[in-house]
Write a protein that binds this ligand. Structure first.
Ligand SMILES: Nc1ncnc2c1ncn2[C@@H]1O[C@H](COP(=O)(O)OP(=O)(O)OP(=O)(O)O)[C@@H](O)[C@H]1O
Ligand SMILES: Nc1nc2c(ncn2[C@@H]2O[C@H](COP(=O)(O)O)[C@@H](O)[C@H]2O)c(=O)[nH]1
Length: 204
């Protein structure tokens, strides 16, 4: 049976740049991460594609998925549900592939309980003003929603200490390099990738 893949969970407040950093890591190549597409009851933004950016579903469908145990984790975040379908994550890890989740903090802490072997990285903004400016610049939310997301952000940043690693997203390229280094080092720690280590340490 293939060795189970590695689970990487990237979390942090809305607008900090999780999606930007994740896309840069994927675009640079040199890895075979599988991105887990989340499910949400939020309405699609302009340009968002069902089955690529999210699975956009009704509240009823989402609640049915919760009740039937189909979610690895889920959270109510600013008036909408967001969650990770369990089957894809399990099947992909079982195939020996690495899975990348990009989710908010309450969901990440649920994942930590179920899959504690994952690598949990918190992406944090240089400061709150810059965070707000990034959400405003993105131009996807109205001011009322931005303010709700900023209130959430303060709660979320307090939970940073529950993560294995924290990375400041000041410059995208620096955050990308830091996360790639973390992943490389965690893979080494978990898998002891050099065969001579196995021999030296007397593993079967
Ligand atoms: N280091 C950075 N410096 C300046 N702007 C940035 C940086 N990283 C991302 N941004 C910009 O900030 C905005 C929010 O980024 P992004 O959508 O990636 O955040 P997110 O954390 O994925 O948000 P959400 O959780 O709401 O999906 C985007 O307009 C992006 O271009
Ligand atoms: N707990 C989960 N949170 C998720 C998931 N997918 C995305 N998110 C987070 O929700 C907020 C808002 O996202 P937006 O697309 O409306 O800006 C943000 O922090 C996302 O990272 C998920 O599956 N589970």
């Amino acid at each position: 049976m293939a060795k189970r893949g590695m689970l990487i969970v990237l979390s942090g407040p809305s607008g900090v740049g999780k999606g930007t950093v994740r896309k840069a890591i994927f675009d640079q190549g040199g890895n075979d991460f599988q991105y887990s597409i989340s499910m949400t009851t939020r309405k699609p933004r302009e340009g968002e594609v069902n089955g690529e950016d999210y699975y956009f579903v009704s509240k009823e469908e989402f609640e049915h998925n919760i009740e039937t145990g189909q979610m690895l984790e889920y959270a109510k975040y600013v008036d909408n549900y967001y969650g990770t379908p369990l089957k894809y994550v399990n099947e992909t890890l079982d195939r020996g592939k690495d899975v990348f989740l990009e989710i908010e903090v309450n969901g990440a802490l649920q994942v930590r309980k179920r899959l504690p072997e994952g690598v949990f990285v918190f992406l944090t903004p240089p400061d709150l003003m810059k965070l707000k400016q990034r959400i405003i610049n993105r131009g996807t939310e109205d001011m009322e929603t931005i303010n709700k997301r900023m209130t959430k952000a303060v709660e979320e940043i307090r939970m940073m200490q529950d993560y294995d690693f924290a990375v400041v997203n000041d410059k995208v390229e620096n955050a990308v390099e830091s996360i790639k280094t973390i992943i490389k080092s965690e893979r080494f720690r978990v898998e002891r990738v050099f065969p001579e280590y196995e021999e030296m340490l007397g593993d079967k």
